[in-house]
Ligand binder design. Sequence first.
Ligand code: CAA
Ligand code: NAD
Length: 288
Amino acid sequence: MSEVKKLAVIGAGQMGGGIAQVAAQAGIEAVVFDSFADSIERCKALRAKLLSRAVEKGRMTAEEAEAASMRISYTQSIDEIAGADWVVEAIVEEKAVKFDLFKTLAKMFPDESVVLASNTSSISITEIATSAGGAASRVVGMHFFNPVPVMKLVEVIRGMQTADSVVERTLALAERLGKTPLAANDRPGFVSNRVLMPLINEAFYALMEGVAEPEAIDGIMQLGCNHPMGPLRLADFIGLDTCVNIMNVLYEGLGNPKYAPCPLLRQYVAAGRLGDKTGAGVYEHRNK
Ligand code: CAA
Ligand code: NAD
């Protein structure tokens, strides 16, 4: 199987932009599709800032940063991702939206060598694959971590229909991107969010019940457990909408009320306070 040359990334959000950046840094052409112009503009600006920061820090030369930047293109037309030999989906964490997209992708990419990967945090890869019909064996979970340029892990998830060769190629691509891939089975939340998200949800219960102020909840977990960010700060960083969606997948998929999203977490989302990406969540981020 030939090396990946052109990667299509669907979704220009925090994760899609990061995935395109690491691909471009590894010499792979990346085309980023998003249906919203403002997402694309934000993505371009952030990537330019992070690449110039990498030059300032001596992690790459100005020429390497320029070459990486030139390898990324952006489009609002899904037709322009045709010709890609690998697709990574990184759109909103909602089943129905992902299922629709994979139905379209299966039609757009009849070539059996093209892998259709999802960066989903929690949704069943088997169900996503089923929505891709005849392309089900080419659907795999390729779960990057935020911020993608910094975090080493890619959690690789095999759906019930995923071909062995697709899993092997996914592990190889993750390594080519400078990541450490680790395999997990297709259960709600896989390993990472089965363990992380209930911790975050519990921190919202602690806040709702007045156990401590947000800064104290986060400080206790940072200083007492050596977490780089406290759970509320991390929830803002991930996106509170994504946290609710992941908890809902755990709740529905495992059928245990202990996974129900905390009412306070849901309330932040209802108020449009989604975290860093909207400028406010548990904390204010507007001037940062
Ligand atoms: N994108 C790219 N790079 C970023 C970044 C971003 N959004 N935010 C920070 N960085 C880089 C900085 O540029 C910096 O590198 P340089 O100093 O070389 O420029 C480096 O990360 C360290 O940043 P800072 O010094 O500003 O701050 P820090 O030391 O506190 O580190 C952090 C920031 C790496 C984000 C750290 O706080 C951390 O590891 N936080 C926890 C992150 C985490 O748990 N991620 C997983 C979330 S769960 C998930 O992703 C799965 C899911 O499905 C929800
Ligand atoms: P985000 O909200 O930052 O970005 C999502 C992007 O998808 C937006 O730019 C939006 O315009 C675009 N989009 C939505 N529907 C679309 C569609 N139908 N077609 C094209 N574009 C569409 O979200 P994110 O944080 O980047 O998360 C994306 C995916 O990655 C989710 O599945 C999430 O669970 C997963 N993930 C998130 C994190 C995290 O920490 N945020 C970590 C790992 C995985």
